[in-house]
Design a protein around this ligand. Structure first.
Ligand SMILES: C[S@@+](CC[C@H](N)C(=O)[O-])C[C@H]1O[C@@H](n2cnc3c(N)ncnc32)[C@H](O)[C@@H]1O
Length: 237
């Protein structure tokens, strides 16, 4: 995704030499996708995207992310309360983790997971720099988030679900991790809008998300439409 964006930008951005170098780098990053990933989701037929490699973490941390994606709006829309327990599944370098940790406060907890140890290492440094002691790191497996059962008020996946190699198994485990009234929230680039400058397989439509999550027993609650490029998709267990 990292690489693709500068090249598919359609709103007046000039494709610079730096962007081309970045694109080449991205190609390398994406070629390190997890082996054995299923090519298509068995229920929706959606092509499953390659995992974004840790070499692309700088893109997640880019300063313009706030003006482009408005993550602060997303965090506000999630309406997280102090003391809640939140899972940031596929946390990457921790861009959302630190913001979630501030929201839940000292009486809450954030479990930040990833399948790449290198991402968790970046995340660990970031959490230490921010002096947060309410974050726990979890090394997940492709088919198992390795989270406790019945603990979470909110399980959040930002720009992650579309690249889960084993989405059905992960959704089943995450459902067991939620409290009875807990929410699963996906933030995904909108496939319905061709102008959103992300490659097709890194986007999700509402229809695809509902088809796949409802097949695993989740109840669709609503789409929060406050972000410029992404859906916020809210499901209940
Ligand atoms: C595009 S990055 C998004 C990172 C972060 N959520 C953010 O928005 O800054 C996707 C992340 O999901 C992770 N990931 C992919 N499959 C995963 C899985 N099955 N379990 C946990 N993390 C996964 C990748 O390793 C990568 O760090």
């Amino acid at each position: 995704m990292l690489l693709i964006r500068p090249l598919t930008w359609t709103r007046g951005t000039v494709v610079t030499a730096a962007a081309l170098v970045a694109a080449a780098l991205v190609a390398v990053v994406l070629s390190s996708a997890t082996a054995g990933a299923q090519a298509r989701h068995p229920v929706s037929g959606r092509a499953i995207a390659q995992v974004m490699g840790y070499e692309g973490a700088a893109w997640l941390e880019r300063p313009e992310r706030e003006s482009e994606e408005r993550p602060s709006k997303a965090i506000k829309a999630l309406d997280i309360k102090p003391g809640q327990v939140v899972a940031d599944v596929g946390a990457g370098s921790g861009y959302y983790t630190v913001r979630l940790a501030e929201r839940v406060g000292p009486t809450g907890r954030v479990f930040a997971t990833d399948i790449q140890p290198e991402m968790l290492s970046l995340l660990r440094s970031r959490v230490a720099r921010a002096r947060l002691d309410n974050v726990e790191l979890v090394l997940s497996a492709d088919a198992d988030p390795r989270l406790p059962e019945g603990l979470f008020d909110l399980v959040l996946m930002v720009d992650v679900y579309h690249e889960l190699a084993r989405p059905q198994e992960v959704l089943r485990k995450l459902r067991a991790s939620l409290k009875p009234d807990g929410r699963l929230v996906l933030v995904e680039f909108r496939k319905e809008n061709a102008w959103v400058p992300i490659r097709e397989e890194h986007k999700m439509s509402v229809k695809e998300a509902r088809m796949e999550l409802e097949a695993e027993g989740y109840r669709f609650e609503r789409v929060i439409g406050v972000l410029p490029w992404q859906h916020i998709l809210v499901f209940r267990r």
